[in-house]
Design a protein around this ligand. Sequence first.
Ligand code: NAP
Length: 273
Amino acid sequence: MSKTFAVIGDPINHSLSPNIHSAAFRELDLDCAYIGYRIPKGELEEGIQGLKKIKISGFNITIPHKIEMMKYVDKMDESCSLIGAINTVTNNDGVLKGYNTDMDGFLEPFKKKELKIKDSKILLLGAGGAARAIVAGFAKEKASSITIANRTIENANNLSEFAKKIGLKANAIKIEQVSDSAKDYDIIVNATSVGLKNESSPISLEGIREKTIVYDIVYMPMNTDFIKKAKDNKATIIFGYEMLLGQATRAFEIWHGVEAPYNVMKKALLGGF
Ligand code: NAP
């Protein structure tokens, strides 16, 4: 029987997920479809009823519903309670189970490229939803310490408390305080939304050590100013699209129980740029 999947959010028309998943269905000859479905803020409950009515097999959740979705699942994986948000759901005969693939998606490029996290000193820019999943990932992989730099210090402080609670040495600073200290870190991650509108890099990367891992989770545009500055300083780069792909392949595997065709999905994703 044909199965239908979806991504819900608002806005949704620029989502790359329908292309990525459809390419995988074609590659593996699966009788499935994947659609983008706009659900405005405040209409999540009715939206989900609609999805259940059409017997949706599974769906992804994006802005603005990732946190509110916690109210509407019957079960959830421990990744959701840890991160406090849901971005993937399975539907088994009306029973909805939530997962959060942000953390695994973030870690995937380190695994693929055999880049070490254990005992590394981390600088994380940003303290929003994605940053929380990233902190959980660094704790899981036993980083040595994390400095959280954010525009609003209260949000950085809260995330730093969360990091400590899950066993990661942490401190919080204002993003302006990073100044030229970026050179003291092994891994630098941009998890702010700065770059989406082609803004200049949130910090200077002048003087960072060669081979410092610089990871921008902003994926559109692909070559943000932060990435360009990292390249100028001979850093090892991880692009935002690699995290997006890591999440999509993880969701695919949760839904279909088979290994996701990574290269086909990557080609479909990069074709969307
Ligand atoms: P969020 O919860 O809204 O957090 C946004 C973060 O950006 C906050 O730390 C915010 O600081 C900071 N920020 C916003 N505007 C800023 C500015 N002008 N200057 C300095 N800091 C600023 O968003 P999110 O869900 O964490 O997502 C963050 C970004 O990651 C988005 O661009 C999203 O597209 C991207 N993302 C990518 C992937 C992927 O797969 N590659 C996955 C998830 C998210 P304050 O605390 O001061 O507001």
